[in-house]
Design a protein around this ligand. Structure first.
Ligand code: HEC
Length: 122
């Protein structure tokens, strides 16, 4: 009997420590870097999200590593530094962009910040 109440006590303490809460599955917030780097932050997104599977060779914008910058800057519709939010490299892969491949929230934020910072080849 004594043993039983010890177990009950332990279970009570554990259940107080580990409270069962409903945790919605949300994408973890990844802090944005102070300065977004095209080669370190943006190009890897195009590889991670398999954009490069379609956007390669003559399929514009070419998004393969090493060729993406020149292709993206070749048309102000892709990258518009005056009005970054309308750049298609930002809008197309948004959830509402109607594109086969999407960005995660953090990836979209990175792309927008990169354009807002002047779309540098950094
Ligand atoms: C399955 C093939 C495929 C994949 C993967 C893909 N795209 Fe596309 N993309 C297309 C096609 C087809 C078009 C042209 C039709 C359209 O505008 O939706 C296009 C158009 C675009 C455009 C606009 C081009 C223009 O001339 O206006 C951008 C920007 C773009 N894609 C970016 C991306 C990015 C970034 C990714 C990865 C997140 C990606 N795409 C992944 C097929 C693909």
């Amino acid at each position: 009997m004594k043993k039983l109440s010890i177990y009950a006590g332990i279970i009570l303490v554990i259940s107080l420590l580990v409270r069962c809460e409903y945790k919605p599955i949300v994408e973890p917030e990844i802090p944005l870097p102070d300065t977004v780097s095209f080669s370190l932050d943006i190009e890897p997104i195009f590889v991670e999200q398999a954009c490069v599977g379609c956007h390669k060779d003559n399929f514009k914008p070419v998004l393969t590593t090493g060729d993406a910058y020149e292709s993206l800057l070749s048309d102000p519709a892709y990258v518009n530094t005056e009005t970054p939010e309308i750049s298609t490299i930002y809008t197309k892969p948004l959830p509402e962009g109607g594109h086969p491949q999407k960005y995660t929230n953090s990836q979209a934020e990175l792309v927008l910040k990169w354009i807002q910072e002047g779309a540098k080849n950094n």
